[in-house]
Design a binder for this molecule. Structure first.
Ligand code: ATP
Length: 296
């Protein structure tokens, strides 16, 4: 029974994980009942990820032709780099992620992974190579241990424990009433936003895709939880190419590159230090957030 149950449950997990992963993604899943917007091209090959380099090359995009959303976005993420995308609400950050997953076709330009245009490969091979840490992770009504194992259903216990340690969840778990067997989800223990994101990070560490996208929770986390998440995230970023949508700039200080997106255009890019020295949009945003933190 378990053998039948697990894959079905897992599919449910993947669906809900994807569904909750990016803002408005559920709208895309409405499309599941309709004709898909994006289809594999005849003869599409499998994406072969060797290094995990990502390239957006003059990408244009609109949901409706009268309203351009991305207006010639170009950037490169080198293998194992961590790149953060910041910008005001509606700037187009989630849209960049949706295009990377090829939920929509670009209106112009190209997105490439290790030199392969993503519209020339199968969508299943593309999505297999990209892991998501969503804003709000779905937990099943089972133990916290099994919830983490969903990242790789055939992982042995030692692998799961390793992921738990790397996601900095071990202390939290050992303090739970029944340790790793504690039930979570709707009918069990409710986890905080920060704890749920660490569960998602542990799953991602288990899945170990070469490319990772992280949609930082907008809800404010206390600085203790935030620090745990940052440390856990840095474990992923060390080995994998990581793209982060960041709301709190404290998340991006160590990023190799920060892209500042405004109304569908990259208006600044560089490291935290370079952007501070530049004294432009990012520096202004940084000052505001620093002031907010000091008055918290
Ligand atoms: P936030 O920080 O608030 O999540 P964002 O930078 O991620 O914002 P996007 O979600 O990429 O912004 O949205 C960019 C623009 O595209 C917004 O004006 C939004 O209203 C519009 N948009 C997003 N999804 C759709 C859609 N499915 N159909 C039509 N317009 C959309």
């Amino acid at each position: 029974m378990m053998q039948i149950f697990m894959p079905l449950n897992f599919l449910g997990f993947v669906y809900r994980e994807m569904k909750g992963s990016l803002a408005n993604i559920e709208r895309m899943f409405d499309l599941l009942g309709r004709k898909p917007l994006v289809e594999d091209k005849p003869g599409a090959g499998r994406l072969a990820v060797t290094d995990g380099a990502i390239e957006f090359d003059d990408v244009h995009f609109h949901y409706h032709p009268e309203r351009p959303i991305l207006k010639g976005v170009s950037f490169r993420v080198e293998p194992r780099q961590k790149v953060a995308i910041v910008g005001s609400s509606g700037a187009g950050k989630s849209t960049l992620f949706k295009l990377l997953f090829r939920f929509y076709e670009v209106s112009g330009g190209a997105i490439r992974i290790d030199g392969q245009a993503i519209d020339s490969v199968t969508q299943s091979s593309l999505r297999r190579n990209i892991g998501v840490v969503p804003q709000d992770t779905v937990l099943f009504n089972t133990s916290i241990f099994e919830n983490i194992r969903y990242g790789k259903v055939d992982a042995d216990d030692e692998e799961v424990w390793r992921a738990i340690r790397l996601a900095h969840l071990d202390q939290f778990i050992t303090r739970l009433p029944e340790g790793e067997q504690t039930l979570v989800g709707e009918r069990g223990l409710k986890l905080s936003g920060g704890e749920k994101q660490r569960v998602a990070i542990a799953r991602a560490i288990l899945k170990h895709p070469p490319i990772m996208v992280f949609d930082e929770a907008t809800s404010s986390l206390d600085s203790h939880s935030e620090q745990h998440i940052l440390t856990a995230l840095s474990e992923i970023a060390r080995e994998q190419t990581t793209l982060v949508i960041a709301h709190r700039l404290s998340t991006v200080v160590d990023a190799d590159k920060i892209l500042v997106l405004d109304q569908g255009e990259i208006v600044e890019q560089g490291s935290h230090q370079q952007l501070l020295t530049k004294g432009g949009r990012y520096a202004a945003l940084w000052r505001v957030q620093q002031q907010e933190r000091s008055t918290d």
